[in-house]
Design a protein. Structure first.
Length: 118
């Protein structure tokens, strides 16, 4: 199975291009599907990312909320993120905690949608 980083890496040029042509607040909806046997590990890694994102270490991260599927969908995660500016998302993606999540190899699928706040 690919890592989250491998899946996201293919989309990174598109993400960087979107961030380069916008300013102001942005919202991100990330959807991650872990291999069922590794869902708890992904949940723990996401919690570590959230601890940093919701701290003073990422002051321009306004919201970082994780939701997990129920019952047979408990290997699916949705992360809702709000950033004051595109640069804040770039800083978030470079954090050691996000890099650890990105390196985890047992991810079935990941999607990242970026929106400009109006």
């Amino acid at each position: 199975m690919p890592s989250l980083g491998e899946i996201a890496g293919a989309a990174m040029p598109s993400i960087q291009a979107k961030l380069a042509v916008t300013s102001g607040p942005i919202n991100v909806v990330a959807k991650i599907t872990a291999e069922p046997a590794h869902a708890d590990t992904v949940a723990d890694l996401l919690k570590q990312v959230a601890l940093v994102a919701n701290s003073d270490k990422e002051p321009q991260t306004l919201t970082y909320r994780i939701s997990r599927g129920i019952s047979e969908q408990n290997n699916r995660f949705v992360v809702y993120e709000e950033y004051a500016a595109p640069e804040a998302l770039s800083a978030h993606l470079a954090s050691p905690q996000f890099q650890a999540l990105s390196a985890f190899p047992n991810v079935e699928n990941a999607e990242l949608d970026i929106y400009k706040e109006y």
